[in-house]
Design a protein around this ligand. Sequence first.
Ligand code: GDP
Length: 309
Amino acid sequence: MVLAELGGKIAYGLSKLTSSSIVDAQALEDLLSSITRALIEADVNVNLVMQLKINIQERVGVAIEKHQEEHGNGSNDATLLSLQKMVQKAVMDELTVLLTPKKSKAYKMKRNKPNVMLFVGLQGAGKTTSIAKFANYYQRKGWKVAMVCADTFRAGAFDQLKQNATKLRIPFYGSYTEADPVLIAEEGVEQFVKDKYEIIIVDTSGRHKQEGALFEEMQEISAAIRPDNTIFVIDATQGQAIYDQAMGFREAVNVGSVIVTKLDGHAKGGGALSAVAATQSPIMFLGSGEKFDDFELFSAQSFVSKLLG
Ligand code: GDP
């Protein structure tokens, strides 16, 4: 997996510094250039990378200088070790910051209440697959989950959702004959609220690109069902270029969470994740394959620790 390669490069730079007996300005500069190179190779936006470099330098530069003045290169183990730990922590913290939106908070599911989740995204992003993964994730944790297919645009969309729902033994609602997605969404949500489902997932149609008709339909559905959270599904393979698409959706509907799909084996994963964070939308889950289990809850902190091994 290519993200692991990024993690490996950063971890290697860090291990060089933490295994050396000299931690001076040059060692920091070497570490920072290996980190910036690795991040840019993983398609992270150059401005974000430069900011990360400045932040790390600001956090540890003075301590390194002071250490050199006080101990030179022949410092005792304890002071050297604490300096190395400080650098390591600064790198991990700043990578976490890179993946964390500064303003918005993630939605929290509420037990024993209907949590209506409206899924939006372009066609092919992995919306229907992610819905099944999402439903499976919560059902396994004991939540009462149901799905509504309000995608009347793509032929076969209802069948795809139905097939997944049947495999997962999750109740679903949809229609082969009704063409109005707003009506289906409304009726489906109403039924599952009445039946006391806790997580009601609504699939909507996508298009090949952002366009007025898609946004209008999303807004109408959203106005009709008033979702507790709108989840935007985006394909990571376009790397940092997804920033514009994510902003477009954010402006059209009230995007509360993002699911980033197709992180398996893609060189641009780092760019995609940091671009989403830069739009101020929290990443909720990552998709990394076609199977229902190829799905994990996202936390920037544990993602970074795992990335660096
Ligand atoms: P939708 O049009 O947004 O509903 O997209 P689909 O859920 O139908 O997914 C489009 C294609 O992407 C399908 O072939 C899925 O199997 C595939 N897909 C979805 N998520 C992932 C993922 O995380 N990794 C990989 N490799 N493929 C995925």
